[in-house]
Design a binder for this molecule. Sequence first.
Ligand SMILES: Nc1ncnc2c1ncn2[C@@H]1O[C@H](COP(=O)(O)OP(=O)(O)O)[C@@H](O)[C@H]1O
Ligand SMILES: [Mg+2]
Length: 293
Amino acid sequence: MKKGVLIINAFLDTPQVNKTYDMLKMGAKRAGIDMNVATNADFFTHLDSGLVKAHKHNNLEGTGFILFWNKDVFLGRALERMGYRLYNCADAIEACDNKALTFEMLEGICRMPRTIKVPMTFNTIGYGDLSFEASIGAQLGYPYVIKECLGSYGGQVYLANDSDQARQILKQIEGKDCIAQEFIETSRGRDIRAYVIGDRVVAAMERYNPDDFRSNITNGGSAKAFAITKDMESLAVAAVKGLGLDFAGVDILFGKNDEPILCEVNSNAQFTGLLAATGTDITDPLFEYILSR
Ligand SMILES: Nc1ncnc2c1ncn2[C@@H]1O[C@H](COP(=O)(O)OP(=O)(O)O)[C@@H](O)[C@H]1O
Ligand SMILES: [Mg+2]
């Protein structure tokens, strides 16, 4: 029997993520995989020696692969240096986690909204002078989107309708790295979540929220199954390949003529919403993919 270890985050404990872990455990069982579960706090990464030492019972011996459901990329990289194959790879997870890094890496690979890295400041200093905002506004037009580089569930994504609002938002989040992005009006409150495994989309849903520009389900959006188009599939797969991922949930916006535009890539996407909307349990194709490697 093939052995694997699922490494989850020790401190993340919500009904939604626990459901995700349960689905992964059941999917592994169906695929005939003996799957142990560990957390990132079961190990210490010794940065001086590069070694990972388990300080709990969790032993990685005999493990064929690690399903790294985690953003603890220092642990991930150390495990990789020790020879373990991680799904997803630590560098790819890091590239997804930071929205500026995602767009930087996918420049020239995927169609994306015009995106400007907001000048970095220090969290102990903030922005004294916000006059640079006028240039961002002039280039992107209003409204435009401001996103903290680290964020999820729509919680750190803001719409600035005018210069005053933009400056207010920047002031409120000062010290956090962020990007400013063209608002794709034709996609207001609506996008596609495409779940990519390897070189294909295994399930997709349309998310919509008439009351908010963000379509995230956790933020009150609804979802229905969506038949992915060839163009969207190409964009989603190119994003996954470009970031070095094995699988991911890719958010896609609708351009003026419904042309797909990349919104973001999630290396550790939840998939309970996708199951509810489409009836597809992505853990089956996921373990099939891992076993085929
Ligand atoms: N440039 C944009 N134009 C239009 N809508 C956007 C844009 N960026 C994000 N959105 C909306 O906001 C939602 C959340 O943004 P996203 O970048 O996916 O961050 P999060 O990691 O919080 O999900 C998207 O699903 C989409 O509905
Ligand atoms: Mg998103």
